[in-house]
Structures are given as C-alpha cells and as structure tokens.
Design a protein. Structure first.
Ligand SMILES: O=C(O)CCC(=O)C(=O)O
Ligand SMILES: [Fe+2]
Length: 196
C-alpha cells in the first residue's frame, strides 16, 4: 500500500494462495464459452476496436458468482486496507475475467473514461500457469519519469496502480493469456458491464 502511494503502482507476487487460484482458474475454464468481445469507452462512447484491444471478457457478479466467495472476501479485505491506511474512500468495485487469445494486445491507455472517472485503483491478477519469458503478453507501465516497466503476467501475481494517472498497455501475447481484472471505485456502480 505504501509502494502504491509512493510510485503509483505496486506488484505483489503470490497474491492468490493455491486454493483461491484453483477456484478462479476452474471458474474461468468453465465460463470461457460465454466471454464476449471487450470494447473501449463508456456509455455512448463504447466501441469495439480489435486494433486497440483484443481481449474477451466476462463480468463478474457477486450475487450470481457465489463460487468465487473467497475472491470476493479478498477484494473486501483489499478495500478495507486501502480505506484504513490510505483514506481512499473506496465504496465499490467491478471485476471481470479477461482472455487475450494468441496475438491479443491492448494499446496504451488509462482506465478512466472521459465521461466516468470513479475508477480509482486498477487491480490485475494473472492466472497463467507456466508463463515463460518470450511468451509475450507483458503489461507495460509508463512511469511519470518517462521510463517504462514490463511486468510478466505470472500466475498469482497482482499488479495494482492508480487508474487515473498511470498509462499502461498489454503487449501482444503469443499464448492465450488469462487474468482477473478489476477496479476499486469511489462511487459504487453495478453497471460496469454496460459501461465498458
Ligand atoms: O491485463 C493487463 O495486464 C491489463 C489489462 C488492462 O489494462 C485493462 O483491462 O484495462
Ligand atoms: Fe487498463
């Protein structure tokens, strides 16, 4: 949490324990056929642009996806810690599973949209077994000093960063790439799936 306030991002390896990892990986595999093509922008701005963004997503719903109870409680805990120690006033979240097929990428962007800026902390948890150097799919984080950093999407690794100020991209993945991605919000929204 301190790292996030100092550097705008933090990387935590083994964020998911073996039990949670298994739960979310199994859930992922059993829902892969109902993922839909992800778009960019919110509301009237929402468009599907494969040249910008190549992933397929599945929006999660706490009421419906009760198999993920351990994940929901981890998200609750994370929000509690941010509010307790960083006074962020987070009061909601929205999460989706993301599948980048081979060749999928996401161009440099910010996670806040022009007409909707309540995404405060972005949180990406990678689910890729046996990820190796050369498999591509790194997240590139663009730092305020002009340099950038490549983060490999290694199983159970979590990356968190400030949604409104940290530009980032996903480099082309040479293998199918799986993640659980979400946003901690300053005003609750149950509309993530309609907004982008
Ligand atoms: O999967 C990642 O590494 C980042 C995904 C991302 O930037 C997004 O979904 O907004
Ligand atoms: Fe993003």
């Amino acid at each position: 949490m301190d790292a996030l306030s100092l550097h705008d991002y933090v990387i935590i390896d083994n964020f998911l324990d073996a039990g949670r990892l298994h739960t979310v990986q199994s859930f992922f595999q059993s829902h892969l056929d109902v993922f839909t093509k992800a778009g960019i922008g919110a509301l009237g701005d929402h468009t599907i642009r494969k040249d910008i963004r190549g992933d397929f997503t599945y929006w999660l719903d706490r009421q419906r996806d009760t198999e993920l109870q351990d994940i929901w409680s981890l998200i609750d805990e994370t929000i509690y810690i941010y509010n307790r120690y960083c006074y962020l006033g987070l009061s909601g979240y929205e999460f989706h599973l993301a599948h980048y097929p081979k060749g999928g990428h996401y161009d440099k962007h910010l996670d806040q949209f022009n007409n909707r800026n309540n995404r405060t902390i972005s949180m990406v948890i990678y689910l890729n077994k046996h990820w190796q150097q050369g498999d591509g799919g790194e997240m590139e984080i663009f730092l305020s000093n002009g340099s950038s950093l490549l983060v490999e999407p290694i199983e159970a690794r979590c990356v968190m960063f400030k949604s409104g100020t940290v530009p980032h991209a996903v480099l082309a993945s040479h293998k199918p790439r799986y993640s659980l991605t979400g946003w901690l919000l300053q005003q609750p929204s149950a509309l993530g799936q309609f907004l982008g």
